[in-house]
Ligand binder design. Structure first.
Ligand SMILES: [Fe+2]
Ligand SMILES: [Fe+2]
Length: 319
C-alpha cells in the first residue's frame, strides 16, 4: 500500500513538474521562438527616393485607390514616430541582448519609414494636394493620445505596457498589409509609378521583417493576455475609421477636375479587382491575433520580404 501511495505521489509530482515546465515554455515561447526561427538582425536601411516625377494619381485611373495609399504618407509617419518613442522608452526594461538589438533596429526602421513618407507627402503637397492642416491635427492628436503624458513611477510603467500592447496590435495589421503589398502584382499591371511602388513595397517588406519585435517587447515587458486582446481590439477599432476619414479627406482635397466615377463605385471596384486590400481584414485578422498561442512568426514565410529588400531600388541606392 505504501509502495502504491509513493508511486502515486511520484506520478503526481512528475505531472505537476511537466505542467509547470510546459506552462513556462508556453509563456516564454513568445520571446524565444523568433530567435530560433528568424535569427536575422533588424537594421535601418539608408534608403533614397526621388519623388520628382510622381504624378498626383500615381496609380493610373485609380483615384480613390491612390488616396487610400496616400493615407500612409499622412497618418503613418506620426504613428510610427510615436511607436519608435514608446519602444525606445521600453529599452531600459529589456535585458535580453537579442531583443534589445531588435528593438534598436526597429526604432531605426520606423523612423526611416516616417521620414520617407513625409518626403512623399511634401512632394504631393507641392503638386497641389494640400494636407498640411490635416497632418498637423493628426500629429497633435497622436501626441495627446499616445505620448508619455509626463507620467512617473508605476503609472508610467502601466502606460508604457498599454502602448506596447496597442502598437503590437497595430504592427500585426501593418505586417499583414506588408505581405499584401509584396504580393499585389496588380499594382505593376496598373502601371503604378515605380518610385511610389518601391516606397510602399520597401516599407511593407520591412514591416514583415520586423513583425515580431513589438509583440516580443510587449510579451517581455508585460505579456498579459487580457491586455494583448483588449489593446488589439482597440487598435483595429481605431485604425479602420482613421483610414476611412483620412481617405475621404484626401479625396475631397484632390484638386483634379476629373476624379473618375463615383467614389463608392471606385471603392467596390478596386476591392473586387484587388487594387486595394479588403477592409474586412480588420475583422478577419482578429481571431488569428487573439489566439492565446499566437506569435507573429505564424504569419508565414518572410522570404519574399527579404528578397525584395535585397533588390529594392531605394535600398540599393543607400550610400
Ligand atoms: Fe513602418
Ligand atoms: Fe512596423
Amino acid at each position: 500500500m505504501q509502495h502504491i501511495l509513493s508511486n502515486c505521489c511520484c506520478n503526481i509530482a512528475i505531472q505537476f513538474v511537466a505542467l509547470y515546465v510546459r506552462g513556462m515554455v508556453e509563456k516564454l515561447g513568445a520571446t524565444e521562438r523568433p530567435y530560433c526561427n528568424e535569427a536575422h538582425a533588424i537594421h535601418a536601411r539608408d534608403v533614397h527616393f526621388d519623388f520628382s516625377s510622381v504624378p498626383m494619381h500615381y496609380i493610373p485611373g485609380e483615384v480613390l485607390a491612390t488616396h487610400i495609399v496616400n493615407v500612409m504618407h499622412l497618418v503613418l509617419p506620426e504613428g510610427e514616430r510615436a511607436m519608435a518613442m514608446a519602444l525606445a522608452e521600453a529599452l531600459p526594461h529589456i535585458d535580453d541582448p537579442r531583443l534589445r538589438e531588435e528593438v534598436q533596429g526597429f526604432v531605426g526602421q520606423e523612423t526611416m519609414h516616417a521620414n520617407s513618407h513625409d518626403q512623399a507627402r511634401q512632394h504631393l503637397q507641392s503638386i497641389g494636394l494640400d494636407a498640411e492642416g490635416y497632418v498637423a491635427k493628426i500629429a497633435w492628436l497622436i501626441d495627446r493620445i499616445l505620448g508619455d503624458h509626463g507620467l512617473t513611477g508605476r503609472a508610467k510603467e502601466e502606460w508604457l505596457k498599454e502602448r506596447l500592447g496597442l502598437f503590437a496590435g497595430m504592427e500585426h495589421f501593418t505586417a499583414v498589409l506588408g505581405e499584401w503589398l509584396l504580393n499585389a502584382d496588380i499594382l505593376e499591371e496598373k502601371g503604378m509609378h515605380p518610385t511610389m511602388l518601391d516606397l510602399i513595397r520597401w516599407h511593407g517588406a520591412e514591416e514583415v521583417e520586423h513583425r515580431s519585435v513589438v509583440f516580443d517587447a510587449f510579451m517581455y515587458v508585460d505579456g498579459s493576455y487580457a491586455r494583448r486582446a483588449r489593446t488589439a481590439i482597440l487598435a483595429a477599432a481605431t485604425l479602420l475609421p482613421v483610414f476611412i476619414v483620412s481617405t475621404a479627406y484626401l479625396y475631397g482635397k484632390d484638386p483634379s477636375t476629373d476624379k473618375g466615377r463615383f467614389w463608392g463605385w471606385q471603392f467596390v471596384s478596386a476591392t473586387a479587382r484587388g487594387v486595394i486590400p479588403s477592409f474586412t481584414t480588420f475583422f478577419t485578422e482578429m481571431p488569428r491575433y487573439l489566439r492565446p498561442g499566437f506569435h507573429p512568426t505564424q504569419l508565414g514565410t518572410m522570404d519574399k520580404a527579404i528578397r525584395y529588400l535585397a533588390h529594392s531600388p531605394a535600398a540599393r541606392s543607400q550610400s
